[in-house]
Design a protein around this ligand. Structure first.
Ligand code: C2E
Ligand code: MG
Ligand code: MG
Ligand code: MG
Length: 287
């Protein structure tokens, strides 16, 4: 009857609300928990970098991307997708990012000093870091302190972070370019970007996001976006790196359409510093 139905609807509504509130509350608690633990992560040596190699058309390694890992003694591995956004909102990304930059430069310099053929090392930079007045000095400091030549450092920046304030971004990117550092637009196609601005930025690489590579064999829209990106990049004089390449078929499609470099589990997962050196050194010797 109608009364019972009404009663059910109301109680269901109330339950939903309570459910929703409890969920929100849990999320907020979790965020605070991560935030609190992250404050100690650097000091307690819980952060580490792993390196994922990138390969050119001839299967030669062209570079590595440095990716941050957080190993909490109790909670175990915490994914960057969970803690990087919190680090950005709280501003902790600045201190963490400085550590990442210096560590990545030092590791590559150390590998080269240990006999590796010099490679580019790419570091992810968040919008918050890029906006800082002293960002260029921080980069220059990491290069000076590590002794890594500027030409071997690449900064990965997302479209959204440069589009926040394109005028200012051009200024910063041009300074970095003059220092000799190279620049990549990361996750290309997933954010808001203006092609008119893109051509003004002193960029070296466009990185095709993994989401367009995943179904490239079957999804014709993803394929059109990936191939379109390659064509666009080449006409602007930029090189293209595809990320998330997991299968031979994906590789074949991308390469036969001119994709310059690839990165993904097909070639290698991200590796610890020692494992990355061993892997890359072994390839050098084969070549
Ligand atoms: P990203 O920069 O787009 O990095 C690529 C992500 O794809 C990495 O995830 C990598 O492990 C993953 N990946 C690479 N190849 C494959 C593949 O073949 N299959 C699959 N399924 N995944 C693949 P990860 O390491 O979890 O990093 C996630 C994101 O966190 C990064 O995306 C980047 O935006 C951010 N991040 C990581 N390290 C840093 C950092 O030091 N600073 C900043 N600001 N952000 C970082
Ligand atoms: Mg990246
Ligand atoms: Mg990416
Ligand atoms: Mg991505």
């Amino acid at each position: 009857n109608a009364d019972t139905a009404m009663y059910h609807a109301k109680s269901a509504g109330r339950n939903n609300y309570q459910f929703f509130a409890a969920d929100m509350n849990q999320q907020a608690t979790e965020r605070l928990d991560i935030e609190r633990k992250l404050r100690h992560a650097i000091g307690r040596n819980e952060l580490a970098l792993v390196y994922q190699p990138q390969f050119g058309a001839d299967n030669r390694a062209t570079g590595v991307e440095a990716l941050l890992r957080w190993h909490h003694p109790v909670d175990g591995m915490i994914s960057p997708d969970r803690f990087i956004p919190i680090a950005e909102e709280t501003g902790m990304i600045v201190e963490i990012g400085d550590w990442v930059m210096l560590t990545a430069c030092r590791d590559m310099k150390h590998w080269i000093d240990s006999g590796l053929v010099p490679l580019r090392v790419a570091v992810n930079v968040s919008a918050r870091q890029l906006r800082r007045r002293d960002f260029c000095e921080t980069v220059a400091g990491a290069l000076a302190e590590s002794g890594l030549p500027a030409e071997l450092l690449e900064l990965e920046i997302t479209e959204s972070s440069v589009m926040e304030n394109p005028q200012e971004a051009i200024h910063i990117l041009e300074r970095l370019g003059r220092m000799g550092v190279s620049l990549a637009i990361d996750d290309f196609g997933t954010g808001y970007s203006s092609l008119a601005y893109l051509k003004l930025f002193p960029i070296d690489h466009l990185k095709i996001d993994r989401s367009f590579v995943r179904d490239i064999e079957h999804d014709l829209n993803d394929r059109a976006i990936a191939f379109g990106t390659i064509a666009l990049a080449h006409s602007l004089g930029l090189n293209v790196i595809a990320e998330g390449v997991e299968t031979e078929d994906q590789l074949e499609l991308l390469r036969s359409n001119g994709c310059d470099e690839v990165q993904g589990f097909l070639f290698s997962k991200p590796l610890s510093s020692a494992a990355a050196f061993a892997f890359l050194h072994a390839i050098d010797r084969q070549a």
